[in-house]
Write a protein that binds this ligand. Structure first.
Ligand code: EPU
Length: 420
């Protein structure tokens, strides 16, 4: 296992190019299963989760090769139907093969994802939606055992108690693109990644309308074909680097970043005192003033993203007042809080929110990464802290940020990877 050593206190300055969106690339790779053809998918980030998806697809009989950030996928020939526990337990998003397998081979046996560091993550909405398409699904021996030879379009309301589901919307949309007749998903997730998958499927010949709104209409087609496609930039990586600039009083240009995908976070950055200037091929973040306190509540897109909550929590630890951060999507997603406290933060957790009293500085400490975004928050805290921070178990960060330490070093950070 590797760890990061960070010598804090350097302002991040310069330009960083934003990589492709992990949460688009994962379902796009999985939905290639819907057709028997070849694909060239560009701007795929080279991450642990992407390599896990590659393994899942290979186990199913698909060939996936990489030429830098381009994935060459060949789904011709027979494919299997089982996504085993050993892979699904490394990455929940393996469940993205469920809908495509049902639509293509009429059968899927996908391990149930199990526990997760950010809280309970049920998959009832995926199952509810696919059942509405007339799939026959049961849970046996830890597996989702699904049959669906004749998927049929349907009118589906797909919201759960915490709002729409990105994963369920994509799984159902993918399966419905080869179902007979028309499917309408009401209460659909509006996240840019859902739109990206819909645009990809349309390029493969699907007939999807309304992506990016609460109601998506999918007109089933008989067959889909391969295509060339480029994944959108990662909005959470964008936001994480943006906070890197704010927390270190730096000045960074985020090349290729799409500001429209992260408006809620940009608004919050402005509120805490950052200067943002949006340009044609990205945007710049500069921080010269004190960090103002603010309150945040996570919400489905276009609201403030849960995937930015931990990083903003780290930033607000250094504000000039008191902030409240409420987590409405994954109520338990506060594993970073006690680690930040070890670095001198003043945070109190109450149910689904934390109260953060700003302190003048954080100090370096040994801390433990517990999930992807929590690890990003610890890296950000370490960059701003005085002294040395050691972050253990950084395989979590490798799941979602390509080559993060090298790119931070290019911006002036002092961060190194070492064996634990
Ligand atoms: N939910 C249900 N039932 C379901 C599915 C979801 O009740 O069947 C609930 C969840 O428990 C949660 C809410 O619905 O309260 C939203 O969850 P959603 O299904 O949208 O999350 P997801 O698809 O499992 C994706 C991202 C997450 C991101 C969330 C929310 C991928 C691979 N993962 O997860 O990304 O936090 O959407 O935006 O796309 C990350 O990248 O660090 C990450 C965790």
């Amino acid at each position: 296992m590797d760890k990061f050593i960070i010598e804090g206190g350097q302002s991040l300055k310069g330009e960083v190019q934003i990589k492709g969106a992990k949460n688009s690339a994962l379902p796009i790779l999985a939905t290639t299963l819907l057709c028997e053809d070849e694909f060239e998918i560009d701007n795929v980030p080279l991450l642990r989760d992407i390599f896990t998806m590659k393994k899942v697809l290979e186990v199913l009989g698909v060939s996936v090769k990489f030429d830098k950030n381009k994935a060459i996928v060949d789904t011709r020939g027979a494919v299997g139907y089982e996504a085993p526990y050993e892979l699904v337990n490394q990455m929940r998003a393996s469940y993205y093969v469920l809908g495509p397998l049902l639509a293509r081979v009429g059968r899927a046996l996908v391990s149930l994802p199990g526990g997760c560091a950010i809280g309970t993550r049920p998959i009832n909405l995926h199952i509810r939606g696919l059942k509405k398409l007339q799939a026959d699904i049961s849970i046996t021996h830890g597996y989702i055992d699904a049959y669906g030879n004749k998927l049929k379009g349907s009118h589906i309301f797909l919201e759960g108690p915490n709002g729409p589901s990105v994963g369920a919307t994509i799984n159902v949309m993918a399966a419905a693109s080869l179902a007979r007749g028309v499917t309408v998903i009401e209460g659909a997730a509006m996240e840019p990644e859902v739109t990206d998958v819909a645009n990809f499927l349309n390029k493969c010949g699907a007939k999807i309308k309304g992506q990016g709104t609460r109601s998506i209409e999918i007109r089933g087609v008989k067959k889909l074909h391969g295509c060339k496609y480029e994944i959108i930039p990662d909005r959470i990586e964008t936001g994480t680097f943006a906070i890197g600039a704010a927390i270190t009083r730096g000045d960074i240009f985020l090349k290729k970043a799409n500001a429209n995908h992260i408006t809620a976070s940009i608004d919050k950055l402005k509120e805490v005192g950052a200067d943002i200037s949006i340009e044609k091929d990205g945007f710049a973040v500069k921080m010269e003033k004190d960090i103002n306190s603010t309150d945040i509540e996570t919400a489905p897109f276009p609201g403030f993203p849960t995937d930015m909550q931990a990083q903003f929590t780290a930033l607000l630890c250094l504000s000039n007042g008191v902030s409240i951060v409420r987590e409405k999507i994954f109520e338990e997603r506060f594993m970073h809080v006690l680690e930040l406290v070890r670095m001198g933060a003043d945070i109190k957790k109450e149910n689904d929110y934390v109260i953060i009293k700003g302190v003048p500085y954080l100090y370096g400490a040994k801390v433990m990464a517990s999930d992807l975004r929590a690890s990003a928050a610890l890296v950000l805290a370490g960059l701003s802290a005085s002294g040395t921070t050691e972050i253990m178990r950084i395989y979590h960060i490798d799941r979602g940020y390509e080559n993060i330490e090298e790119r931070l070093r290019d911006l002036g950070a002092q961060i190194w990877r070492q064996e634990e």
